[in-house]
Design a protein around this ligand. Structure first.
Ligand code: NAD
Length: 491
């Protein structure tokens, strides 16, 4: 069944009827020739089309960002930049329900989750709006005849290439600190869920952001994305997505000696000890594969259960995945569909592979009773060993693996035996053990007794192949500024 579009007609809002197109210099550009469909993942119907940005459109977006940076934005008083970011936060809140509905329609995420995403997006602008006038350098002690200090300057044009699992929060996570620091941006959202990014950019202009400060180009990665990342006028690239694409982006930015932040995948472990609050650990383990159907980089999808509580924990996790309801994102059930047919096929492939490798379905699983839509029910696998593909690869879907360990040392060794290092969890009441493991575990974020912890203020990024650099908090500003040292000698 075709779902009606939300009340807010985003096509009209962008001045480009019927076809969604790139947003450059404060307005929607004329659609190009190559039109690509955007699908509703719950019904498999086309909800709109977007025009892929060709070479000249990508070049125009970078030019707009560069000219706006040089003429205006880098000179804007920091307090004024901060006020504009506060205005954007208010604007996002004023259109929160429209934006949440668009995001649910495009990604399949249940409405309750996209409402939270829009509020999170607004919070990024609150946070970095407050930071804009506090980015400064320092004085360096030198001989008395010399006065030496540093300036933290913006870089110029910063590119943000984002994935489809949480499009608006992935976009603003990097855009808000970039703008606070005085950069201009060009965003390339995923071709699978591009709507909210281009609508958000239009709302930023409505909120008072000068045209050209935030531009969005639409298109596929290998075409539009690669052109954008390779443009020699770009000063920094922030990429959020798969390890494979991250490596390709790194190779492209190396050609121009341009730094990049890579926020890549994960296969995060969580160790659960016999002294832990098992209800809290079980709820957390289940939520990892229910929320956004497990399509989250940070999802902890290797639960390492101590042998003494393994069966008890599995039984408790199973209770949370029984009786879950599914539905269209706009219907706000427990679960929506996965974002695309390709993602569904990938997840089912991993499940088949796991069963042939000897894993057992301990809870959940089975195919939902629907004719259309990319729905997959959460599945809890046991008898998983860390050498199985399902324990090593990022499934990016509702598949939870429970592995068994006997001692703290063995548990830590299994946790670290992965090419990834985005996050790691520990559930224990033994504070000494938590402190020991906090140091041993190889991950950019350690979450103890609550895997849902952490917010926009807490630096986030990966060890090992989970990435390079840190987003969120004050730490992100290191990437969006460059340091200039000034040495002033008295004549
Ligand atoms: P992806 O790597 O396929 O695509 C991400 C983005 O890169 C898309 O916009 C795509 O069009 C673009 N792209 C693809 N090839 C490109 C190229 N050659 N040049 C330039 N751009 C290119 O990832 P995905 O499937 O969209 O997202 C899922 C992945 O994202 C998972 O691995 C997940 O872990 C990761 N992710 C990481 C974080 C994080 O913060 N660490 C957050 C969300 C998702």
């Amino acid at each position: 069944m075709q779902r009606p579009l939300p009340d807010w007609d985003f096509h009209t809002a962008l001045g480009a009827p019927k076809v969604l197109s790139s947003f450059i210099d404060g307005r929607a550009v004329l659609p190009g020739l190559n039109l690509l469909p955007v699908e509703d993942p719950a019904t498999e119907d086309e909800i709109t089309w977007f025009a892929e940005a060709e070479e000249d459109t990508v070049a125009a977006a970078v030019q707009s960002a560069q000219e706006t940076f040089l003429r205006h934005w880098r000179h804007a008083p920091p307090v004024q930049r901060g006020r504009l970011l506060f205005a954007i936060a208010a604007k996002l809140r004023s259109r929160a329900e429209d934006l949440a509905r668009l995001e649910s329609l495009d990604t399949g995420k249940p409405l309750g989750q996209t409402r939270t995403d829009i509020e999170t997006a607004a919070r990024y602008f609150d946070y970095y709006g407050g930071v804009a006038d506090k980015i400064g350098g320092e004085t360096i002690p030198q001989p008395e005849s010399s006065f030496t200090f540093t300036l933290r300057e913006p870089i110029g044009v910063v590119v943000h290439v984002t994935p489809w699992n949480s499009p608006i929060t992935q976009m603003v996570r990097g855009v808000a600190p970039s703008l606070a620091a005085g950069n201009t941006v060009v965003v390339k959202p995923s071709e699978i869920a591009p709507i909210s990014s281009v609508v958000a950019a239009a709302l930023f202009v409505e909120a008072g952001l000068p045209p050209g400060v935030c531009n969005v180009v639409l298109g596929r990665g290998s075409t539009t994305g690669a052109r954008l990342v390779s443009d020699p006028r770009v000063g920094h690239v922030t990429f959020t997505g798969s390890v494979r694409t991250g490596k390709a982006i790194m190779a492209m930015t190396a050609q121009n000696v341009v730094p990049c932040n890579l926020e890549l995948g994960g296969k995060s472990p969580t160790l659960v000890f016999p002294d832990a609050d098992l209800d809290a650990a079980a709820l957390s383990a289940a939520r990892q594969v229910i929320r956004n159907s497990g399509q989250a980089c940070v999802a902890t999808t290797r639960i390492l259960a101590h042998a003494d509580i393994h069966d008890d924990l599995v039984e408790r996790i199973g209770r949370h995945v029984a009786g879950l309801t599914i539905g269209h994102g706009l219907d706000n059930r427990d679960l929506g569909p996965l974002a695309s047919a390709a993602q569904k096929a990938r997840v089912l492939g991993y499940l088949d592979g796991a069963l042939s490798d000897g894993a057992t379905v301990a809870a959940g699983g089975g195919m939902p009773d629907v004719e259309r839509g990319h729905f997959v029910m959460p599945t809890i696998l046991t008898e998983v060993t860390n050498d199985m593909t399902v324990a090593r690869d990022e499934v990016f879907g509702p598949v939870q693996c429970v592995l068994r360990f006997e001692s703290e040392e063995e548990g830590a060794a299994i946790a670290n035996d992965t090419p990834y290092g985005l996050a790691a969890g520990i559930f224990t009441r033994d504070i000494a053990r938590a402190f020991r493991l906090m140091r041993v575990l190889e991950a950019g974020q350690i979450r103890i007794n609550n895997f849902a912890a952490g917010g926009i203020e807490t630096p986030f990024g990966g060890y090992k192949q989970s990435g390079i650099g840190r987003e969120k908090g004050m730490e992100a500003l290191r990437h969006y500024t460059q340091l200039k040292t000034v040495i002033l000698d008295t004549p």
